[in-house]
Design a protein around this ligand. Structure first.
Ligand SMILES: N[C@@H](CCC(=O)N[C@@H](CS)C(=O)NCC(=O)O)C(=O)O
Length: 214
């Protein structure tokens, strides 16, 4: 069997999703190990003590344990769909978008979706703050096909799993908002073969001990 990098992953994690999306787009082969966050294997913790997914262990032992870095790694191996074009055109804009998404938007998303896990949190306040991002993205998507430009790329696939989560918190509310371009963009993604390809259900590696060719 040909040795490939190992990707520790959790199916429903939006960070792991965007890593899997970039890996699929790059065509890079990895061995996928599905984990449960409530029952993390020792071998996973040994790879990265941070204990978050995704974690990619390269053949030389190098460990990448930030989803954004996994995306950049995969696309730097091969980028047949030009996901990094937006980065080459405007690096500052791409990093600023990713920083706002991962820090500010995610902060509001967590407090909206999981309000009961936090003390003194008003979910509507956080829904409103998150919605400001979604309105801006809807406006961009009214002018161009993707957040990355005229084709979907890094910014789209880094963002889509989080917008999907925001919708899941209250689909009726989300679908009732005046965000036609955002709705279409998300629906296209959810119906895509690419999304289906990264959402297969696998048994946890801890039970099977088997790597999945991904
Ligand atoms: N900054 C990290 C965040 C990854 C992250 O927080 N993943 C969550 C799951 S969605 C996690 O593994 N949490 C650890 C836990 O719940 O124990 C990245 O971009 O990879």
């Amino acid at each position: 069997m040909i040795k490939t990098p190992i990707l520790w992953s959790f199916r429903r994690c939006p960070y792991a999703m965007r890593a899997r999306l970039a890996i699929k787009a790059s065509g890079q082969a990895v061995a996928l190990r599905e984990i449960l966050l409530r029952d993390k294997p020792e071998a996973f913790m040994a790879a990265s003590a941070k204990g978050t997914v995704p974690v990619l262990v390269l053949l030389d032992g190098h460990v990448i344990d930030e989803s954004r870095d996994v995306m950049f790694w995969a696309l730097s191996q091969s980028d047949p769909e030009g996901w990094l074009d937006c980065y080459r055109q405007d690096e500052t804009h791409v990093i600023a978008h990713l920083d706002a998404l991962d820090n500010v938007f995610k902060h509001h998303l967590d407090r909206y979706k999981y309000a009961t896990r936090y003390d003194d949190v008003d979910e509507v306040v956080h829904r409103t703050s998150g919605a400001k991002f979604l309105e801006t993205w809807n406006d961009i998507l009214g002018r161009q096909k993707g957040l990355s430009g005229e084709t979907l790329g890094l910014l789209d696939y880094a963002t889509l799993p989080f917008v999907r989560q925001f919708r899941i918190a209250d689909p009726n509310w989300f679908d009732a908002q005046e965000w036609p371009h955002l709705h279409q963009w998300l629906n296209m993604f959810l119906a895509s073969d690419r999304f289906a390809a990264i959402m297969h259900k696998y048994k946890p590696w801890k039970e099977t001990g088997e790597d999945i060719a991904f």
